[in-house]
Design a protein around this ligand. Structure first.
Ligand SMILES: *Cc1c(COP(=O)(O)O)cnc(C)c1O
Length: 384
């Protein structure tokens, strides 16, 4: 049995350090924004290469706060992607704004900037690209469109701690960046936690004004600060973030190699990017059968995400229909996620890859069709 995610393995290695940190946080009886959260903010700002980090109580809160700081108000529109976790869309709705979805690139599965311009209206206030699975969106193109139209960019970097785009860290390119430290993220607290980062002094002031209790002039104040226990856990884990990220990357490299030669369509990072593999995804036409067969073979696989946001029941009021975002819809039908986490052993990784290959061999159809899909993208010149 190879689990999809094994947090117990991590607890075995750093358990005693975590226990001690939690006890320290509990004993010093400071409220939020005390010692641990403040220390974490400094460390994480440094890690993202920005001047300001504010620690909050979830990735969802981080997105909400960042959008408020960006001036998103009721009646505004915010351009984002549907091939994503629902929290990003919800944060936009929580501001009273309307999410406007654009499709993703077939090669990287992140926001397709070529479609952004057509989605801009007089109501558009911001753009929120998601660095899906740990691979960064095409930030140069997105930033230049945003600047041309006077829009702010909020990076949803909840899956991309330490990811890089042309040498620049996730969260540091847009006007604001948002992170989640939910336990299953690349670096996770023991409960809910998140952060907003920015390199702009004025935006940093706005985020802090929204967070700080003493500022009674702010109507939409958010009591969303990170608590000391979560910050204490994260301060321990910050010592490991780089080695864990490299472990994820080497597991991904092992999968890449083991599965090469097959027409497997994984999101392909342009050469200038550092993909941090929150998820290792493979796209294959007979996804559901393959999913069941892998589960049957004792391999934990996942689907992130089975239904794109624009087609989920809760969002029918937004008025989207099947066929509106063909690439997102096709990916949602055709990809699954393999186990990838720092404690996954090379042997386990080999077992996963060989089971997948066995299934492919028994199902001649399984890996067909992807070549055409990828060729189309090549013609569009989207491969770096
Ligand atoms: C996890 C996640 C969020 C939300 O973070 P929470 O801490 O769970 O609120 C937002 N966006 C993406 C892409 C995520 O993966």
């Amino acid at each position: 049995m190879i689990p999809f995610l094994d947090l117990k393995a991590q607890a075995r290695t750093i358990g005693p350090q975590i226990d001690a940190a939690i006890m320290r946080a509990l004993r010093n009886e400071r409220s939020a924004q005390g010692h641990e959260a403040g220390a974490f903010e400094e460390r994480f700002a440094d890690y993202c290469n920005v001047s300001c980090c504010r620690a909050v109580n979830s990735g969802a809160s981080a997105l909400h706060l960042a959008l408020l700081a960006a001036g998103v108000e009721p009646g505004d529109e915010v351009i984002t992607v549907s091939m994503n976790f629902v929290a990003t869309t919800n944060a936009i709705i929580r501001c009273g704004a309307t999410p406007v979805f654009v499709d993703v690139y077939p090669v990287t599965w992140t926001m397709n900037p070529a479609l952004v311009e057509a989605a801009i209206t007089s109501k558009t206030k911001a753009i929120v690209p998601t660095h899906l699975h740990g691979l960064m969106a095409d930030m140069d193109s997105i930033m230049s469109i945003a600047r041309r139209h006077g829009l702010l960019v909020v990076e949803d970097a909840a899956q991309a701690h330490g990811a890089e785009y042309k040498g620049r860290r996730a969260g540091s390119i847009g006007d604001l960046g948002c992170f989640s430290f939910y336990p299953d993220k690349n670096i996770g607290a023991c409960g809910e936690a998140g952060a907003v980062v920015t390199d702009h002094p004025e935006l940093a002031r706005r985020v802090s004004r929204l967070l700080d209790r003493a500022q009674s002039d702010v109507l939409a104040r958010c009591d969303d600060r990170m608590d000391e226990v979560q910050a204490a856990v994260l301060n321990v884990k910050m010592d490991y973030i780089e080695s864990w990220t490299e472990a994820r990357r080497s597991i991904a490299a092992q999968y890449d190699q083991a599965l090469s030669g097959r027409a497997l369509a994984c999101p392909r990072p342009p050469s200038h990017d550092r993909h941090v593999y929150h998820i290792y995804a493979v796209k294959l036409p007979h996804r559901d059968q393959t999913f069941e067969m892998l589960r049957g073979a004792g391999i934990g696989v996942g689907i992130h995400y089975a239904v794109p946001v624009h087609l989920q029941k809760s969002y029918v009021e937004l008025g989207y229909r099947v066929g509106d975002l063909p690439v997102s819809e096709r990916l949602a039908r055709e990809f699954l996620s393999l186990p990838v986490y720092p404690d996954l052993l090379p042997d386990q990784c080999s077992v996963v890859a060989s089971e997948l290959k066995k299934i492919a061999a028994s199902e001649t159809q399984v890996f067909r069709g992807d070549a055409a899909f990828q060729n189309k993208t090549l013609r569009h010149g989207l491969v770096a």
